[in-house]
Design a binder for this molecule. Structure first.
Ligand code: DP6
Length: 345
């Protein structure tokens, strides 16, 4: 008999960045991080996992194409999940011996994999949750997030929607390095995100090697993890709980800039943003200055694409300007004159 389970996992965007590992095999971070995931349906990975006594090989199909499951990270996730399944089987002699059987996994993204979005996060999260469901594991999502973390650090945050913290933990074995919910999506329902795709090229320096270079070579990085992020982590959680947009936005923008500063301080330096990215940063600060209020925040991951956060009631105020920058945004009118807009750009 074939057993099947499916799940979706959302793309998550960090507003307080994970950058640096204290253990690269276990993916243990040098700082805690926070992400905001606004829409499960818009950007997500859908994964189904099947198992049957008769399957002869573990197999994975990603977006319709067969892919290898051989990477050490994937193998670690599968081994951990099978280990937990063995505990289920030990407690219930009637339970099918799925831990001994091979898996067939089918995974599909509803966004272009190369769009510079963290597809590996949603991918590992969906893989791990689909198999955990298939195996009927009793562990909660925070516990399961530790397995997803070994696949890709940021994946642990994609087990939850809404506002999520990845607590870095202290233990050498990673047993306390897990994702926890700060607030559910409906806590702050008017929060919105827009992704400005500046380039859909694959990124230059992958996150894993980029962060290793930063840890090894950047002096600024030491300052960031010791004296900047710990306090910011607490402040950002509080701003989310209080629905304090200006504070949340300021912390988000500062943290994006701090992370990219450590990239620039790496040796040789790593550049993730390009001229258009920097133009958007200037534009966002000009918009906030124009309204004399922080109505929009930017954040950039390891690539040039911007994610903007804003409150729904400010959407037209914001898009009046974004519209000008990206002529392609259809359906948006602007009440500003060409001259007024040009002053901003
Ligand atoms: C800039 O989670 O992709 O997006 O753990 O090596 O797989 P690995 O790295 P990854 O790094 C994400 C870096 C980031 C910031 C973040 O998502 O917090």
């Amino acid at each position: 008999m074939v057993y099947v389970a499916s799940t979706t996992a959302p793309v998550n965007i960090a507003t307080l960045k994970y950058w640096g590992k204290r253990d690269k095999d276990l993916n243990l971070p040098t700082n805690s991080s926070i992400s905001v995931t606004l829409a499960q349906e818009d950007l997500r990975t859908l994964t189904s996992a099947a198992t049957d006594e008769g399957f002869t090989q573990d197999k994975l199909w990603l977006n319709g194409k067969e892919e290898s499951l051989d990477s050490a990270r994937t193998q670690q996730c599968l081994a951990d999940l099978r280990g937990l399944r063995q505990q289920v089987e030990a407690q219930d002699p009637q339970a099918p011996k799925m831990s001994q059987w091979k898996l067939h996994i089918v995974s599909e993204n509803n966004f272009p994999t190369a769009a510079g979005l963290a597809s590996s996060a949603a991918g590992f999260a969906a893989l791990v949750v689909a198999i955990a469901k298939l195996y009927q594991l009793p562990q909660d999502y925070s516990e399961i997030s530790k397995i997803a973390r070994k696949g890709s650090g940021s994946a642990c945050r994609s087990l939850f929607g809404g506002y999520v913290a990845w607590e870095m933990g202290e233990n050498l074995d990673g047993s306390d390095s897990k994702a926890v919910e700060v607030a559910p999506l409906n806590h702050w329902p008017n929060m919105k995100a827009a992704i400005l795709v500046v380039s859909d090229m694959k990124k230059d320096t992958p996150s894993t090697s980029g962060m290793q270079l930063t840890v090894k070579t950047s002096d600024l990085f030491q300052e960031r993890i010791k004296n900047v992020v710990p306090q910011r982590f607490e402040e950002m959680k509080q701003a989310i709980r209080n629905k304090d947009f200006p504070t949340f936005a300021d912390l988000t923008m500062k943290d994006s800039n701090s992370f990219h500063a450590t990239c620039l301080d790496s040796y040789p330096p790593i550049f993730y943003m390009n001229d258009t990215s920097r133009k958007i940063i200037r534009l966002v600060h000009s918009i906030n200055a124009f309204y004399n209020e922080t109505i929009v925040a930017y954040t950039y991951d390891a690539g040039p694409n911007a994610v903007l956060y804003y409150l729904e009631e400010n959407e037209s105020k914001l898009f009046a300007f974004i519209y000008k920058l990206f002529d392609k945004v259809s359906g948006w009118e602007t009440k500003y004159t060409e001259a007024e807009l040009n002053d901003f750009l």
